[in-house]
Design a protein around this ligand. Structure first.
Ligand code: FES
Length: 112
């Protein structure tokens, strides 16, 4: 089963990262404007936890070396991050947030 329940929408504060653990995954989850985004919590550059980072618009800054990623695509946008962070397709149904652990984020699929 690749679809996993994460939490209720109300458990994700707008504009700040939320750390959610489900099965073997540790995720950083974001509510930005009218969408939810989910990425791996572990920075691809090192030991940084992205849920401890600073969110600026759609960009998350790792608190370890201040590298950054676009949470919509997982693309590294600020060095020293060079390797994309894994994203997950998010769906929201009846106020509940789900991810598909086998599918990357899809634009517009995660609107609230
Ligand atoms: Fe995240 Fe280095 S561990 S930028």
């Amino acid at each position: 089963m690749s679809r996993l329940f994460l939490c209720d929408v109300t458990e994700i504060a707008p504009g700040t990262p939320t750390k959610i653990e489900v099965e073997d995954l540790v995720l950083a989850v974001f509510k930005i404007e009218d969408a939810i985004y989910a990425i791996d919590d572990q920075c691809t550059h090192g030991p940084g936890s992205l849920s401890e980072g600073e969110l600026d618009g759609h960009y998350i800054e790792c608190d370890f070396h201040q590298g950054g990623f676009d949470v919509r695509t997982g693309e590294p946008v600020v060095p020293p991050c060079m390797i994309p962070i894994r994203t997950y397709e998010v769906t929201v149904e009846n106020g509940q947030v789900f991810i598909d652990r086998e599918r990357p984020a899809v634009a517009c699929a995660n609107k609230l």
